[in-house]
Each structure stands twice: as structure tokens, then as C-alpha cells.
Design a protein around this ligand. Structure first.
Ligand code: NAD
Length: 425
């Protein structure tokens, strides 16, 4: 609660002078040790992330945990290469930019990629010489707790990294409003981002908000069919569709529509859903009962709006222990208008819509019709069209003939209601 927040901020403030005076090399060394410490306990972290979140262990092992470790290595490298600019002016003076740490900063993260997104915020803040008070999602606290253990084991100076567990109301609010907090790095829903921006607007804190999405996945008839199909399956359902970059609206050029739809439905039906702790499971559970209910309510809404379920559409019952889990079938829906609620609001689950389109202009209108603008995918072998689309889609990221591949040096962030500020780079 707010008492813990107060104590954490005090600890961070006390640690700041010494931490910020370390050399970049010294701080980088700590970050590398945090990375190594995570990888040494890979199995433990993988199990914890899967149990906490419902994601398959295969995903936590291949994506979440290695990437969490890599976040520390990436920013350890980055800070040792970071530099300002110098200008010799025509007045014969030298102007230079000098970067200094801010002080105590807040990092707030969601439940979908728990440790991955938390470390993506903590690592650059620590690398730059700030001290941190971080709040993981109350739904997925386990790997953040394990990270604290690693921090103690490697001897990270006390007070440099403080993790406070709790809800948005009891911990998030007092944290972001605290006058000592100089910057806020938040990832979560657009509605929470709005609350944080409002709550702190009079304090002029530095702020990065990474928020919701409703990403289009655009498939032209001249695409590499197999590649588009394989990646669409991933971009639709990876992590049960609970990655902010998942494509939830698939637009297919009309001449390819039936062929693509048939193939996608067939592949979707084959996804192996079940116990997240089994190595062969491809689709796990959703994070909570509340989220499952929300996703199921959107499937009902889609039907009320005239949508036809092509596959899925229900709670996945499974057997034995699984019947108590929060599983939703991988669901494909067609027959909806681009501007209905199902196609405008973020569902953040394994629910994807399909729609045929005739022209570039039409698909751009549909793609850009939402309040969000986080990412998009375009599948075409026509180079000119690819660049035209990339320029016209209102989105922080446009992938051409791929999905989720990103050099971490590339800036990350959303247009419109998907975000302000940029991470990475
Ligand atoms: P959420 O907004 O409910 O919660 C995110 C975090 O904010 C949690 O730690 C929560 O406790 C905290 N919080 C809640 N209220 C707060 C308040 N008033 N003050 C301070 N902190 C508060 O989001 P969620 O349900 O955990 O995550 C899902 C959302 O995250 C989706 O909308 C998804 O698109 C988004 N997301 C975005 C990105 C991105 O990079 N843009 C990445 C992942 C997830």
C-alpha cells in the first residue's frame, strides 16, 4: 500500500547519489549479472511465469525469460556506447549535450509479458543511473519477486531497485503521484494510461505510456501465401492473443479471401490447447477469470453484431483439472463491419476477425478507422505497395512480410491512443 511505496521511494532516493555516480561500465556490470542470474534460474522463472500467467512453458522458455535477461544485456551494452552531441558554432563556441539521470523513477507493467516488460523498463532506467521503484501487475507478481532474489544474490546495492506489489489503486496511484518520482514508464491499457496522465498532469513528470492496440494484418493476393499464413497464425494467437502487437483484424484481398480463410481455419483448429505446463501445449489459459469473461463477452457481442464464428467461440473446457482453468478457444470470426464494436475495441485475447477487401484505399480506411495505432502487418511481394502502405498506415510499427521481428535499437511506441513516448533505441 502507500506506506510501502513511501518506504521504497525513500530507499531509492537514498541510493541515488551513489548509484548515479558509478561509471556506466560499473552499472553495466550489475545489469549483466542480473541477466546471468535470471538465466541461471531459467527453469524456475519459466515455471513461475507459466503458472502465474497461464502461458505455455514453451512460450515462457523461448520468449519471455530469455528476452527478460537480454533486456539487461542490451541496455548494459547500450549505456557504454551512449553519447551526446557536440557542435562547434560559427561564434567559435562549443555547445554540447550532456545527459544526466533524473533521480527516482517509476516503472509500471502489465500481466501479459510480466518479466519481459518489467525488465524492459527497469534496465534502461538503471543503466542511465536512475534508481527505480517498480510495480508489476498484481495478477502476475511471481517473476518480479524472483528478480528481487537475483538482485540480492548478485549484490545490487540496496535501494537501487525496489519492487512494490499491489493493485493499481493501492500502489500504482500513490507511486505515480509521489512528488519524488521524476519519470513514469507505464505499459498497460489506454484507460489506465489516461488515469495516470490526468493524475500527474500538474506535476510535469516525464512520461512514457505504452497502451492498447487493435492491430490490422493486411494480406494482399500477391503475398507469399505460406509465409503469410504461418505468420498470421502466430500473430493472431501467440500468447493466447495477449500480446499488444498481435494482429486482431485480418483484411484479405477479395480474390484470395476464401483460400486464405479455409487454410487459416484449418491451421487454427490444429493448435494444441491444454495444460500450460506441458511442453507440447501451444495455447494455454487466459490470465484471470475476469479477463476470460471479458473475452467471452466480446465473442457474444460479435455474434450479436452479425458475426459468424468460423472456429472456436466458446470456453475451452478440457478435462480433469483444466475444467477449472480460464481457457478460451482460439476463435476466428467473419462477416462483421469494419466499424462495429468488435472491430474497434481492444479484446486482447484469442479472438480475431477476417474481412475481404477490394482496394488499397478501402483497406487503409478500415485499418486506420480505430483509435489505436500500435502495429500493423502487410503481406505483399509488391515493393512499391509495401512502402505506400507503410507510409499511410497510422501505426508506430508496420511490419512488411514478417511479424514481431525487431532490432531492439529501433524505437518502439504507438500512434494515437496507443501511446506517447518511445522505448528502446
Ligand atoms: P492495466 O492498465 O489494467 O494495468 C497495467 C498496470 O497498471 C498494472 O500494474 C496495474 O496494476 C497498474 N495500474 C492500474 N491502475 C493504475 C493507476 N490508477 N495508477 C497506476 N498504476 C495503475 O493493463 P493490463 O490489463 O495489466 O494489461 C493489458 C493492457 O496492456 C492491454 O490494453 C494491452 O494492449 C496493453 N499492453 C500494451 C503494450 C504496449 O507496448 N503498448 C504492451 C503490453 C500490453
Amino acid at each position: 500500500n502507500e506506506v510501502d511505496v513511501e518506504l521504497a521511494i525513500e530507499a531509492a532516493q537514498n541510493a541515488f547519489p551513489k548509484w548515479s555516480k558509478l561509471t556506466a561500465d560499473q552499472r553495466a556490470q550489475y545489469l549483466r549479472e542480473l541477466s546471468r542470474g535470471i538465466m541461471q534460474k531459467l527453469d524456475l522463472f519459466v515455471q513461475a511465469e507459466s503458472i502465474d500467467n497461464g502461458k505455455p512453458v514453451s512460450v515462457a522458455r523461448a520468449v519471455d525469460i530469455p528476452r527478460s535477461a537480454r533486456n539487461f544485456d542490451f541496455f548494459a551494452d547500450a549505456i557504454t556506447q551512449f553519447h551526446g552531441e557536440t557542435f562547434r558554432s560559427h561564434y567559435n563556441t562549443i555547445n554540447y549535450t550532456d545527459y544526466s539521470p533524473l533521480g527516482v523513477v517509476a516503472c509500471i507493467s502489465p500481466w501479459n509479458l510480466p518479466l519481459y516488460l518489467l525488465t524492459w523498463k527497469i534496465a534502461p532506467a538503471l543503466a542511465a543511473g536512475n534508481t527505480v521503484v517498480a510495480k508489476p501487475s498484481e495478477l502476475t507478481p511471481m517473476t518480479a519477486y524472483l528478480l528481487c532474489q537475483v538482485a540480492e544474490e548478485i549484490g545490487l546495492p540496496k535501494g537501487v531497485l525496489n519492487i512494490v506489489h499491489g493493485t493499481g489503486l493501492r500502489v500504482g496511484t500513490p507511486l505515480v503521484k509521489h512528488q519524488t518520482i521524476k519519470a513514469i514508464s507505464f505499459t498497460g491499457s489506454t484507460s489506465t494510461g489516461q488515469v495516470i496522465a490526468e493524475a500527474t498532469s500538474r506535476q510535469f513528470k516525464k512520461m512514457s505510456l505504452e497502451m492498447g492496440g487493435k492491430n490490422p494484418n493486411i494480406i494482399f493476393a500477391d503475398c507469399d501465401f505460406d509465409k503469410a499464413l504461418e505468420n498470421t497464425l502466430r500473430s493472431s494467437f501467440a500468447n493466447q492473443g495477449q500480446i499488444c502487437l498481435c494482429g486482431s483484424r485480418i483484411f484479405v484481398e477479395a480474390s484470395l479471401y476464401d483460400k486464405f480463410k479455409t487454410a487459416l481455419v484449418e491451421k487454427t483448429k490444429k493448435l494444441k490447447q491444454g495444460d500450460p505446463l506441458l511442453a507440447e501445449t501451444e495455447q494455454g489459459a487466459l490470465v484471470s477469470a475476469g479477463h476470460m469473461d471479458k473475452v467471452l463477452s466480446y465473442i457474444q457481442l460479435a455474434q450479436a453484431e452479425g458475426g459468424k464464428i468460423l472456429t472456436g467461440g466458446r470456453r475451452f473446457e478440457g478435462s480433469g483439472e483444466l475444467t477449472k482453468g480460464y481457457f478460451v478457444e482460439t476463435t476466428l470470426i467473419e462477416g462483421l463491419a469494419f466499424d462495429c464494436r468488435t472491430n474497434q475495441e481492444e479484446i486482447f485475447g484469442p479472438v480475431v476477425t477476417l474481412q475481404p477487401v477490394d482496394t488499397e484505399d478501402e483497406v487503409l480506411r478500415y485499418a486506420n478507422s480505430v483509435r489505436y495505432g500500435l502495429s500493423a502487418s502487410v503481406w505483399t511481394e509488391n515493393l512499391s505497395r509495401a512502402h505506400r502502405m507503410a507510409a499511410e498506415i497510422e501505426s508506430g510499427f508496420v511490419w512488411i512480410n514478417t511479424w514481431m521481428l525487431r532490432d531492439l535499437r529501433t524505437l518502439f511506441g504507438g500512434y494515437k491512443d496507443s501511446g506517447i513516448g518511445r522505448e528502446g533505441g
